[in-house]
Design a protein around this ligand. Structure first.
Ligand code: PAF
Length: 279
């Protein structure tokens, strides 16, 4: 496994590959878990070589404390990637990516950016668009792999690829869950023992909402979810929303020709967790 921190070195290696070599790319912010590894495994099956980037992107954090506390486990990450025969890891510094100007570009994602996460994390999707486009420019992947836990992020990256004619196929992969249902996330290691023990409550709530949306409309389901959280000693609900999968616009009632998802964001103390479920 080759590890490069410099853009020039990773590009030199990628340019030296035989013509026609297909590149699968898994962008990450490190603190890797089985969910990330499953993306790498899928990328390995579908491409000649796999590049993983590990970069905690400062421009997508709307909260400095969250950026500082984002888990960083680079040695363990490299061990894990080596153990599954990843080919290339790209580990740039913020200066390497942004030079002296750590700023986002401004994107128009046709309104997808104003829903859910966009309402609560100002500038987040401009930061994501900026780094993902930059990484695509550097790695020039044929296919890029993203996990559906960040479903809105996938729709936004698809939109960016479509609007900017980027020659890359965006592949979305199902959420990886712990045995008790908690969606795998790099942030889970920041949960206290008590928070972790109670965290399956998030997915349980989504499953209940899924059943309720069979007979109730979205605002009734929202009331039930709010009630579930009202008395929860450890978790605070930030938002719960039922939305159209394609437009991400909130919906009130079911229409059998459309696909819907329920999305949730909660706080466990200072740790923010998100999850979603197809309805
Ligand atoms: O999902 C993530 O880990 C990040 O948002 C991404 C796509 C690697 C961009 O920094």
């Amino acid at each position: 496994m080759l590890v490069f921190a410099k853009i020039k070195s990773v590009q030199k290696k990628l340019k030296s590959l035989k013509n026609g070599t297909t590149i699968g790319f898994v962008p990450t912010m490190g603190a890797l878990h089985e969910g990330h590894l499953s993306l790498v495994e899928k990328a390995k099956k579908e491409n000649d070589i796999v590049v993983v980037s590990i970069f905690v992107n400062p421009t997508q954090f709307d909260n400095v404390e969250d950026l500082i506390n984002y888990p960083k486990t680079i040695d363990k990450d490299l061990e894990l990637l080596k153990s599954i025969f990843c080919d290339i890891v790209f580990t740039p510094t913020p200066e390497e990516i942004y030079a002296n100007d750590i700023q986002s570009q401004s994107f128009d994602f046709d309104g997808l950016e104003f829903q859910m996460e966009g309402k609560f994390r100002e500038g987040h999707f401009n930061g994501v668009g900026t780094i993902v486009e930059r990484l695509f420019e550097i790695v020039k992947p044929h296919k890029a792999y993203f996990g559906e836990k960040d479903f809105q992020q996938i729709q936004i990256i698809r939109k960016m690829a479509e609007k900017r004619n980027l020659p890359v196929q965006i592949i979305s992969c199902p959420i990886h869950r712990e045995n008790d249902g908690l969606a795998m996330s790099s942030r889970n290691i920041r949960l206290t023992k008590e928070q972790r023990a109670d965290a399956p409550f998030i997915y349980e709530t989504l499953n209940k909402a899924k059943i309720q949306f069979g007979t109730k409309n979205a605002s009734e389901v929202l009331k039930c979810v709010e009630n579930e959280f009202k008395n929860h000693p450890l978790f605070t609900l930030e938002y719960f929303e039922i939305a159209d999968e394609d437009t991400l616009l909130p919906v009130e009632t079911k229409n059998s020709t459309k696909k819907y998802r329920a999305f949730i964001a909660i706080f466990a103390g200072k740790v923010r967790l998100i999850d979603n479920i197809s309805l």
